[in-house]
Design a protein around this ligand. Structure first.
Ligand code: PFF
Ligand code: NA
Length: 448
């Protein structure tokens, strides 16, 4: 019997799926966002809550997403509807996919702006402009960039085009092959940076900052940020992993595959933190400096290291690639949807979506300059979209996916698809039915 396949294609192997999903997961969330929100939220206790969320909320929900996608072999809205029908549940579960597509549009618009900063830093590194820079000069360089809408627009546009180009072509062997080389390379550079950071006298302080759990520093708001970040960093709650799951080969076990992806993502985040904070502390910088943390601290470190210009250049190139593979995945659910529902060509779908997210990105980059006085709920557009997606839309989407996969779907179908032992399945179902949705709901309520 011919196995059911997605009309958009399929990954060549389980390994390629892991690669693609890790490419989606590992991105600016790990390297840019994780260190700065850890810094803003006081360190250790925040990191612990984040790790607990990855284990008890993120992993079970990722399994649920891959399950739904692979079962139906369709883009999220259609997949949810198909899987719901199989168990005699309502087709309105498809609405989760709609919210996810909207979240993807919002995330892309600010993600591309930050990726644009990365592109600018590639160029600054290559030119040697940052060699031997002091912490203060590094701060001025970054703030100068934020105050310059023309430069921001240039890089935001360049990045959007890079993403549109790949998505339109289909996530082909090109990007897969690039990821296969780039991801290990990123890992190696992070280890080089970590080695440098360990040689500075701030390392001990950085270690205790990240791993000493002082719960008096933890607010409910910080818990919400940690939980929201566990969704953001694993690309969950908006259908991305569901879409990628729909291209996954039938033979592979969903359980062990998801564990590898989550582990890789977490390791990259922790190593990045351990590479960045020692530099912050040894140079007397502020760990709570916000979104500029990586762009201000790392150039200082590279400026002092032997071969720093080369490593710095390589580092920002790899961060750019990590951002690229993540941004590609942000578009995939919507592009696949437009192709499936409206019969559009892939290029038309990608360009239409691309222009929309690019335009919204202009409001995000304007947040630092010409639109800095424009506020929604007290936040500028950039911060608002970041907060709304990571802390509200993704967790909400995640709860619904969990409830859908563990309550609305018949257990025998889920078991058949997930392919894990009886005990592991029972554990997954218990956590996904009770722990994950309840934990997310409690954090929401306590934040009101
Ligand atoms: N997981 C990505 C990161 O950590 O940078 C961001 C992301 C990608 C979020 C794709 C959501 C998504 F669907
Ligand atoms: Na991530």
């Amino acid at each position: 019997m011919q196995e059911k396949q997605s009309i958009h294609g399929s990954w060549a192997s389980r390994w390629i799926f892991i690669l693609a999903a890790t490419g989606s997961a590992v991105g600016l969330g790990n390297i840019w966002k994780f260190p700065y929100i850890t810094g803003e939220n006081g360190g250790g206790a925040f990191v612990l809550v984040y790790l607990i969320c990855i284990a008890f909320v993120g992993i079970p929900i990722m399994i649920a997403e891959v399950y739904v996608g692979r079962r139906a072999r369709q883009s999220p809205i259609n997949a949810l509807e198909t899987v719901a029908e199989e168990s005699g549940s309502s087709k309105s579960w498809g609405l989760i996919g709609l919210m996810g597509m909207l979240a993807g549009v919002f995330i892309f618009s600010f993600y591309s702006v930050v990726a644009g900063w990365v592109l600018q830093y590639i160029q600054l590194m290559a030119s040697g402009a940052l060699n031997g820079i002091s912490a203060e000069e590094a701060g001025n360089t970054f703030n100068g960039l934020l105050g310059n809408p023309g430069t921001l627009l240039l890089w935001h546009t360049a990045f959007s085009i890079m993403v549109i180009f790949v998505v339109a072509a289909g996530v082909n062997a090109g990007i897969e092959r690039a990821t296969r080389v780039m991801m290990p390379a990123l890992f190696v550079i992070l280890l080089v940076l970590l080695g440098y950071a360990m040689s500075t006298d701030g390392f001990g302080q950085a270690w205790s900052f990240m791993f000493d759990f002082d719960f008096s520093k933890l607010s409910w708001d910080a818990v919400l940020v940690a939980m929201g970040h566990s969704f953001f960093t694993l690309s969950l709650g908006m259908g991305t992993i569901m879409a990628y799951g729909s291209y996954m080969p039938k033979k592979a076990s969903i359980g062990s595959t998801v564990l590898s992806i989550a582990a890789l993502d977490t390791i990259v985040a922790l190593i990045t933190g351990l590479a960045i904070f020692p530099i912050i502390f040894s140079n007397g910088m502020d760990p709570a400096a916000g979104p500029g943390l990586m762009f201000i601290s790392l150039p200082v470190a590279f400026g002092q290291m032997a071969g720093g210009q080369f490593f710095g250049f390589l580092f920002f190139v790899l961060v750019g690639v990590a951002a690229w593979t993540s941004a590609i995945s942000l578009m995939e659910p919507t592009v696949a949807h437009l192709v499936e529902r409206f019969g559009w060509g892939r290029t038309k779908a990608t360009v239409t979506l691309g222009v929309l997210v690019w335009a919204l990105g202009i409001a995000c980059l304007g947040s630092f300059n010409f639109m800095s006085d424009f506020h929604i709920f007290g936040k500028n557009t950039f911060d608002f979209l970041d907060y709304l997606t990571a802390n509200i839309m993704l967790p909400l989407g995640g709860i619904f996916i969990a409830v859908f996969a563990a309550w609305a779907v018949k257990a025998k179908y889920a078991k058949e698809e997930i392919q894990v032992s009886d005990t592991a399945f029972a554990l997954w179902r218990f956590v996904t039915r009770f722990i994950a949705p309840v934990a997310v709901a409690i954090v929401f309520v306590l934040n009101l």
